[in-house]
Design a protein around this ligand. Structure first.
Ligand SMILES: *Cc1c(COP(=O)(O)O)cnc(C)c1O
Length: 398
């Protein structure tokens, strides 16, 4: 067995230096727990950043992956494959959307959404190409997704970026309205800004955006890569707001850890794409689709969603108690099991202290401690996590 340090040393020699990583290598996971190369056990409230929604090594996911791997791994979208078609059907039925396109990551679904919106209007001979996105948003690291991400720290050094992108203020409908022209194609928004600090959109903002886009003939694109797939206690975060988008993007939790992303659209918006307009070699391949299908089966059960709501409320309550006790903590933010504690100081050292004490947590921006645990985490595990968090808060020096 290699030690953590031996793996780190080899990684530093051969892997590009793009991540600020914790000083350990993970080798095994089971449910809400992971183990490092030296057998140390951690309670995982990161879940691969809102990806491992059913925890690690979920028996139904490992068995569907094994079964599909013995039939067909990959066959190209030159041909139909049943797992992809079934996943599309299940996603549409669970979300009220009509058509799916499959990709492999969140950023790729954003690329697809931008292309779909632009082609939709070009097909109608309308010169609408501008995308209104939001300050403090996050949509991924590919060049197109970067261009619609409203945080300069991610963009710096990569200019010139894709043109035709404007940034409005999140939760400020008037700021969107003032940017709309006869060249606006779409408004792109996260119902809950994840990386930007776990900031939920207000009801009036989301409903106002829906009405505004309808009135102006603009497409509403929702990025649910992080907040979708039952994370907030409903299948999709937009269902909390009583609206339907024209286009919605999914990835992270869709494959429970298997890389897959999806772009869902209404029949009308989907007319933007015709054969040859968009494609992906791996998108919707049988392995990823079979796993995604099983994920949707499990998380769309009413009893599962009830459980997410119950666990989310419990964690939220407990985090609120922390905010009331700890001077440095200012607020609890989020919905369901996408939660954060906002602090008045940077949380980097707190994250490190938690990890040292056996709890994986992550920040969202400099001052928010984010919790995106497996959706099937138990109340007992939440209690264990809270005990480690409280101990870490005591040790944490400003
Ligand atoms: C993570 C994330 C993305 C990017 O997903 P990748 O799979 O890393 O490309 C896009 N949008 C949101 C809201 C995300 O949280």
């Amino acid at each position: 067995m290699m030690s953590n340090q031996a793996i780190i040393d080899k990684g530093q020699q051969y892997v590009m230096n793009t991540y600020g990583r914790n000083p350990m290598a993970l080798v095994k996971g089971q449910g809400s727990w992971v183990w490092d190369a030296e057998g140390r056990k951690y309670l995982d409230l990161v879940g691969g950043i809102a990806v491992c929604s059913l925890g690690h090594a979920h028996p139904e996911l490992t068995s569907v992956l094994r079964e599909q791997s013995e039939k067909l791994w990959h066959c190209s979208n030159l041909y139909w494959n049943l797992p992809q078609v079934e996943l599309a059907e299940k996603l549409c039925q669970a979300t009220g959307m009509d058509k799916a396109f499959f990709a492999n990551s969140g950023a790729e679904t954003i690329e697809g959404a931008i292309k779909l919106a632009r082609k939709y209007f070009r097909r109608k001979n309308q010169n609408r190409f501008q995308i209104i996105a939001f300050k403090n948003s996050f949509h991924g690291r590919t060049t197109g997704a970067l261009a619609v991400t409203g945080q300069s720290k991610y963009q710096q050094g990569f200019e010139p970026l894709l043109p035709g992108v404007l940034f409005a203020e999140f939760n400020d409908l008037a700021s969107v309205e003032s940017l709309i022209t006869d060249q606006t194609a779409a408004v792109l928004v996260e119902p809950i800004q994840g990386e930007g600090g776990v900031n939920p959109a207000s009801h009036s903002f989301m409903q106002g955006l829906r009405e505004l886009c309808q009135k102006k003939g603009i497409l509403l694109i929702l990025d649910e890569v992080q907040c979708g797939m039952a994370r907030t206690g409903k299948m999709m975060a937009y269902q909390h707001y009583g609206i339907q988008p024209d286009i919605v993007t999914l990835a992270k939790a869709l494959g429970g850890g298997f890389p897959i992303g999806a772009l869902l659209a209404t029949d009308e918006a989907a007319t933007g794409f015709a054969p040859g307009d968009h494609a992906s070699t791996f998108g919707g391949n049988p392995l990823g689709s079979a796993v995604g299908s099983k994920v949707v089966d499990i998380i769309s059960q009413p009893s599962f969603l009830n459980q997410v709501n119950a666990t989310g409320s419990y964690l939220q309550e407990k985090l609120q108690e922390i905010v009331e006790k700890d001077q440095r903590a200012t607020a609890v933010k989020g919905l369901g099991l996408l939660l954060g504690i906002e602090f008045s100081v940077e949380v980097k050292e707190l994250v490190n202290t938690c990890v040292k004490n056996g709890l994986l947590v992550i920040s969202a921006g400099p001052r928010v401690l984010r919790f995106v645990p497996p959706l099937n985490i138990t109340k007992e595990e939440i209690d264990q996590a809270l005990a480690i968090l409280e101990k870490s808060l005591e040790e944490w020096q400003r």
